[in-house]
Design a protein around this ligand. Sequence first.
Ligand code: SIN
Length: 571
Amino acid sequence: MAAAFRPIHIWLSRWIKQGRQMKLETDVLIIGSGVAGLLFALKVADHGSVTVVTKKAAVDSNTNMAQGGIASVFGAEDSFEMHIEDTLKSGDGLCNPDVVRQVVSRGPHMVRELMDLGVRFSQARPHRTDAVPTAPPAGELDLGREGGHSQNRIVHARDMTGREVERALLSVVRQHPNIRLYENHIAIDLIVRSTRMKRGLVTTTHESHCCGVYVLERDSQQVITFGAKLTLLATGGAGKVYLYTSNPDIASGDGIAMAYRAGATLANMEFVQFHPTCLFHPAAKNFLISEAVRGEGGVLRNAAGDPFMAKYDDLKDLACRDVVARAIDTELKTRGDDCVYLDISHRDTAFIEDRFPNLTANCRKFGIDMTTEPIPVVPAAHYMCGGIATDQFGRSDIHHLYAVGECACTGLHGANRLASNSLLEALVYADSAAAKAIEELGKGRFTEVGLASWDEVGTTDSDEQIMVTHNWDEIRRFMWNYVGIVRSDKRLARAERRMQIIQQEIREYYWDFKVTPDLIELRNLAVVAELIITSALHRKESRGLHYNIGYPRRDDRVWQKDTILRRPVVN
Ligand code: SIN
């Protein structure tokens, strides 16, 4: 990647102005600027022109918010087999074992690659007098612990891992002559060409190729047609579909919704992970209290001050996330409390401040001193385990369309992601997808297509912005109440009915008015919400993150399979 001689690809900035519209062609188009998008960009950039499009500033990514770290086998007591076993156990029977092995075994290599790119991970502290017994010796990576892991294996940069990885990758990306970064550009839809093969009267094969993306520039409100040989969706998750989430505002499921509209196959959308511990404070928005706090000895207590996790699982506070989130939900509902408490105040103050500088500082801003008092916490939507179904190279079933990171469903997470396996997955898949993309670019089998400009004939500026804000709020609220941690067929059916009305309103509004960033996000959010509801209604059992009180047990005879969704093809 860091070649001494780097061929500069002549930028195909064939800007064509057509009325208000622009066209730009590039070899590789990447939507999203988190770890998956940036690492992929760096890896393919010596083989073609690369364009990264991101809807806010480049640092506004899910990666940037990741506190925990990258799960990987470095500890003397650890092994790939143990990490594989923990991942499979957490995934509750739905992981693809081949994918798990591939990802886990590539972990150490990818971590070292990040270090070569300038990422500074925390080192083991020889001075740590009250360190947990399994901490590695001095001079090596400091390995944290999180729920569901049988060993200390979380490589981290104190409690700001995502920020550190993003900083290092962005600074290399910004210097690369073949990569252009477009901030404040929001993708609207994929441009897909379809070939249908007919046998008699029946359409038997339906092949689609992705040729680029329509993108709205926020400032000028212009729609730009980006033509590309290869497109990567690295748009992150969809936490904003729920009222309470640990995710940043950008997490509106854009990649998943665009891929679905374009006809790609999606999988396992019912498996939404709720992080057990987000700060409960009226002024705090999306503030996660890392699971690493429990990894360092933090204990969950109810409002009476009693530790409660032993009632729910032998692993107590370090049980898998689905178990802990449900346990908190049960405590809150049975006791009628607003929140539970996470207490690490028994640990040494200097240690807490050194290990969690970001958390201690932010809690203090809200008047909470985590070195001396428990932190009020509640569960919140955190991670989408389902997404665009991909093969081991991150390829979707639309030709020339890749998906990597949270928007993808590779088979690693199954029904419940093991903590800190997501950055790991993003790194491994960015690497294997880039290798495949370079091969595809080398073969050069791309047919030139004239791309139609964005059609906004007949649309006017919106006169009813209230439709967008109202529906946005309504979706997030009923998703939280009816499609949350504990589900039932009755609640899901209620959500489905409301969703149908909202979808109709959005469709009418979308065709009548010019697109705006808010409308694009609402439209995507609605698609993702509908897909979650449909998938949850379909699965008549409880497994991993999907818990339905009507079917409280896991049923392997019928349901040990992925939930597959594809938009119906209209012949
Ligand atoms: C955390 O720090 O608790 C989040 C890590 C993750 O979601 O994997």
